[in-house]
Design a protein around this ligand. Structure first.
Ligand code: PLP
Length: 363
């Protein structure tokens, strides 16, 4: 069997959740497990988090309906907030039956709730566009919207006002403070609880901490701040992408490696091969020199990443042999660093895992 597997330590996710609470002790946490829990396996992660009491993990958030349905079908019983909200009136009925909380992102989604005739009461969050300019109601529409929703018998009174930060990972960007102020003034005017912070807000912007915070990326132990460590060293990477050296060969000076011969040996070289490639989700744009850990030592990528394997330059690592352990990213090599070599962010690597690599769960 191919030795390549993703090891996911569920205990690390709890540790990171506790870290999020330490950053913002006064806020409740909505654990964001969209995109298959950022590649970690949404059902397994939700099961593990649901084993903690409801005050630690009161609710989950996913991007869209199908993700919420998958979790319910798998027996996840805590409330699930659907960030993108409904796409049909049937979604409103299903949300009330399955205890999905709905984000109302635009007047159409508000109208669907106003027209609905649900038996159970709906929980809704109202999103305000404070500057991301993707989703959300205009501030000017809030008063009428609230009036209409508050008059409905089937909408719970405990509505939450939320917004999403566009630039929270940039410590000098003034937009974050403006977004926070806009939402705070709406919430104060209408006496509503609020939710603003994603992971970067939790870590870097205390003023964004509110009744509910919505951490995603940091729960998996990675830094949303584009740095490797810094003030986020109390996070532990939950996933280690591991494999073994599958082949080693020596090549002469002047010989190239892999498709297009993007890497050419400047001297006699020892090339190692690892069975992971872009069809698994390893980034194809990772260039020569991207670090890979072999026996805990950093070894540079050599040549283009192929569909099923990649090559590394083991020249000078004479003790490395076939079968030796490899870490592509994890506790000792952050996925954010690998991502920065590949010109992307760790979110894209984790969210882009294809499911071809099996996940092994550890406590
Ligand atoms: C994805 C998402 C989050 C979580 O963001 P992280 O940067 O992963 O913490 C929070 N809120 C909304 C609306 C999101 O779409």
């Amino acid at each position: 069997m191919r030795p390549t597997k993703a090891l996911v330590r569920l205990g690390a996710i709890l540790h990171n959740l506790e870290t999020a609470y330490r950053y913002a002790p006064g806020s409740k946490i909505m654990a964001v497990i969209k995109a298959n829990a950022y590649g970690h396996g949404a059902v397994e992660v939700a099961r593990a988090l649901q084993s903690y009491d409801a005050s630690t993990v009161p609710a989950f958030a996913v991007a869209f309906f199908d993700e919420a349905v998958q979790l319910r079908d798998a027996g996840i019983s805590r409330p699930i907030l659907v960030l993108q909200g409904t796409t049909s009136e049937a979604d409103v009925i299903e949300a009330s039956e399955k205890d999905f909380w709905l984000v109302l992102n635009n007047p159409l989604q508000v109208d669907r709730v106003l027209r609905s005739d649900t038996k159970r009461r709906l929980r809704v969050w109202i999103k305000i566009d404070t500057g991301m300019h993707r989703l959300g109601l205009d501030e000017a529409d809030l008063e009428n919207t609230l009036q209409a929703l508050r008059a409905l018998p089937n909408v719970q009174n405990e509505m939450v006002l939320c917004t999403h930060l566009a630039c929270a990972d940039e410590l000098n960007n003034p937009l974050t403070r403006q977004q926070v102020e806009r939402l705070r003034s709406c919430a104060a005017k209408f006496k509503l609880p609020m939710s603003i912070a994603n992971s970067a807000g939790i870590i870097a912007w205390p003023e964004s901490h509110a009744d509910w915070n919505r951490p995603g990326y940091m729960l998996y132990g990675n830094s949303p701040m584009g740095t490797f460590g810094g003030n986020t060293k109390d996070l532990v990477a939950a996933m280690t992408m591991s494999s073994q050296v599958m082949a080693i060969r020596e090549i002469s000076a002047g010989e190239g490696v892999g498709y297009g011969h993007d890497w050419v040996a400047s001297k006699r070289s020892r090339i190692g091969v690892i069975s992971i490639g872009y069809a698994d989700g390893y980034p194809r744009h990772a260039p020569n020199g991207t670090p890979v850990l072999v026996n805990g030592q950093r070894v540079p990528l050599a040549g283009r990443v192929s569909m099923d394997m990649l090559s590394i330059d083991l020249t000078g690592f004479d003790d490395v042999k076939i079968g030796d352990p490899v870490e592509l990213w994890g506790e000792s090599l952050s996925v954010d660093e690998v991502a920065s070599f590949a010109g992307t962010i760790g979110y894209e690597i984790l969210g882009g895992l294809t499911g071809r690599v099996p996940i092994t769960y550890l406590p």
